[in-house]
Design a protein around this ligand. Structure first.
Ligand SMILES: Nc1ncnc2c1ncn2[C@@H]1O[C@H](COP(=O)(O)OP(=O)(O)OP(=O)(O)O)[C@@H](O)[C@H]1O
Ligand SMILES: O=P(O)(O)OC[C@H]1O[C@H](OP(=O)(O)OP(=O)(O)O)[C@H](O)[C@@H]1O
Ligand SMILES: [Mg+2]
Length: 283
């Protein structure tokens, strides 16, 4: 089983960190080496450019891969299956034009020029609009092109919006919402190893923003305290050896609920309260 991941760029580090957190530790990977073994002898990691990963998967060079949805759409490999949203690398592809120019809507682009790093996505976008501008392909710094008469508008990525703003470009329309996902070739979707990797990655996402709460509570106030704990499937209750009238209560709670929950259970007699991070949560 081969999994292709970005070898550089902004997606490289978060992807490696996610694999590590999922327990799929990399082994024998040296700097600049383009593949690595993992703790699972059946899983090899290939390092490729984010833009090439859809092609690796479609071709069979890799079976699954991690990259942006925008890269899969741009590759034209629409048969590559999206298995899991990994919740990072979120961005929008937008159509934008100079703030103070005369392009204010898609219709204004008839006979005009649009510059982009994403010609396939841009062509598909305009195909649905009935407007047919000329598409000029660039490989970066797209925001410059309307200011040097290379293009009248652009289709480019925005996340914080800073680059559009400093280049005085206004959004005309949304083209695509993208995030990083786990993708697979159709014929490996049901492979048990693929499902194992999907489960491991999703267990990391499920644990994000959750905390494990442990406390001792007087048995006669258990019901009251149970009501205050918004736990996953209800809390686990355990006898404590020599615990007297107390029992141990463990629960998974949302991080944003922890502060309030602690005050509420403490008021109702809970003691020895511990809060810990959760690495993975397999449901
Ligand atoms: N603000 C953003 N700008 C660009 N890409 C983003 C942004 N936010 C998320 N992404 C995702 O990252 C991908 C770009 O990855 P890439 O490997 O090209 O990184 P990069 O840091 O842009 O590298 P490069 O130096 O080659 O431009 C995009 O296709 C998109 O899926
Ligand atoms: O909304 P923002 O947070 O400002 O991010 C968007 C910008 O970031 C990316 O550029 P990148 O840094 O990848 O440079 P590039 O144009 O050379 O690819 C993208 O192409 C936009 O220009
Ligand atoms: Mg870039």
């Amino acid at each position: 089983m081969r999994i292709a991941v970005p070898n550089k760029g902004r997606l490289h580090e978060p992807t490696i960190e996610l694999l590590e957190r999922a327990g799929l530790h990399l082994e024998n990977g040296a700097d600049r080496k383009l593949y690595a073994e993992t703790v699972d002898p059946d899983v090899t990691v290939l390092f490729a450019r984010a833009a090439d990963i859809p092609e690796y998967i479609a071709d069979g060079a890799a079976d699954i891969g991690i990259t942006g949805l925008d890269q899969v759409r741009e590759s034209g490999h629409d048969d590559v299956v999206d298995l899991l949203d990994l919740a990072f690398g979120r961005c929008r592809l937008v159509l934008a034009a100079p703030e103070d120019g005369d392009i204010e809507s898609i219709e204004d682009l008839g006979g005009k020029t649009v510059a982009t790093e994403f010609p396939t996505i841009t062509r598909n976008f305009f195909a649905d609009t009935g407007v047919d501008p000329e598409i000029v392909e660039v490989t970066g710094a797209t925001e410059l092109t309307p200011h040097v008469e290379m293009a009248d508008a652009i289709v480019d990525i925005t996340s914080t919006g800073t680059t559009l703003k400093v280049n005085r470009l206004a959004i005309i329309d949304d083209v695509l919402s993208s995030s990083v996902k786990l993708f697979a070739r159709e014929d490996v979707v049901d492979d048990p190893k693929v499902q194992e990797i999907r489960t491991a990655l999703s267990s990391v996402l499920a644990a994000d923003g959750k905390r494990y709460l442990m406390m001792n509570v007087p048995e006669d106030r258990l019901e009251e305290i149970r009501e205050e704990i918004p736990g996953l499937d209800g809390p686990t209750i355990m006898d404590i050896a020599n615990g007297g009238e107390k029992v141990a209560v463990h629960a998974v709670v949302d991080e944003r609920d922890v502060f309030q929950t602690i005050s509420q259970v403490k008021e109702r007699g809970a003691s020895g309260i511990l809060v810990t991070e959760i690495e993975r949560l397999v449901e």
